[in-house]
Design a protein around this ligand. Sequence first.
Ligand code: KG4
Ligand code: ZN
Length: 345
Amino acid sequence: MATVLAIETSCDETGAAIVKNRNVCSNVVASQIAVHRPYGGVVPEVASRQHLETLNPLIDRALEEAGLGWPNIDAIAATCAPGLVGALLVGLTAAKSLAIVHNKPFLGVHHLEGHIYASYLSEPDLHPPFLCLLVSGGHTSLIRVLDCGQYETLGRTRDDAAGEAFDKVARLLNLGYPGGPVIDRLAKDGDPQAFPLPEGRISLPGGGFHPYDSSFSGLKTAVLRLVDKLNQNGAELPLADLAASFQDTVARGLTKRAIACARDCGLDTIAVGGGVAANSRLRHLLQEAAAEHNLRVLFPPMKYCTDNAAMIACAAAEHFDRRHVSPLTLGAHSRMAIGDVMELY
Ligand code: KG4
Ligand code: ZN
């Protein structure tokens, strides 16, 4: 199997990594969270500038930590979609330039395919078909993994992503950015049943609900209304109870839809990915429900759940082994369906 060096710059983490045979030789990440925190969210222009400043030393470190030089690298890859276009362009241009200079093949990688491949890094014996529950700041998807490059999106969010909902609710509770870890921490001392909140299901025209799609904007508005009402009473906000009730509602909904999807499709494994995979309530409820239904649930280590270049290198290595390479004319795309990944090769 190939040794691939990959670059990830789709959002607010700059990453460089080298992967061989689903084994991580090096994986370095420079987080921009502290830079964006004063703004309460990611500022695209600031993200691009940060990637530009951080990337070259990070690539050197990835080579150094792996103890490898350019002659050992078989191919160079970078995330090219979806994401912030300015941010993606930094990594993509660097990867293409390195490919030209060192005369190596180049591969563009779909960011969500990277999140799927994160599961292979900790479970090298994992084989498709399986279901991937991808829950991050930008995505909430249920993806049926059929083979390398063959994916079917069965569930998605109709508005906010799960992580985005955590970030927005944290902002309205004045808890800071990013919201997920703070809400998770606060919720440990709260009662998940303190406030009943709407689960955010999608109604179908003929009646009933969409089994796999999510919606979080109604839930966010419900928390906003509740906070307004509580503020009118003048009492101190019960932050722990609010955090626990909100978190439980999100985790219960995601668990229910993931289990239903896996069972309906006859898939016995659910691999979870994205930053929200860190959520303790989601981990607990999903593991409990999976055991009840005889399903296997995989939570990769956090360093592979949040954005990183090792997962991108792993996906690229698999494509490269199938002789897939990308043209140097490949551009960055802010949006691209995972079902269209083969257009990159
Ligand atoms: O995968 P990721 O690092 O970046 C994206 O590709 O979006 O995910 C970041 C998201 C943020 O919205 C953050 O609030 C959320 O993951 N997150 C969490 C937790 N840790 C991070 N959400 C809930 N509970 C957590 N413990
Ligand atoms: Zn991501």
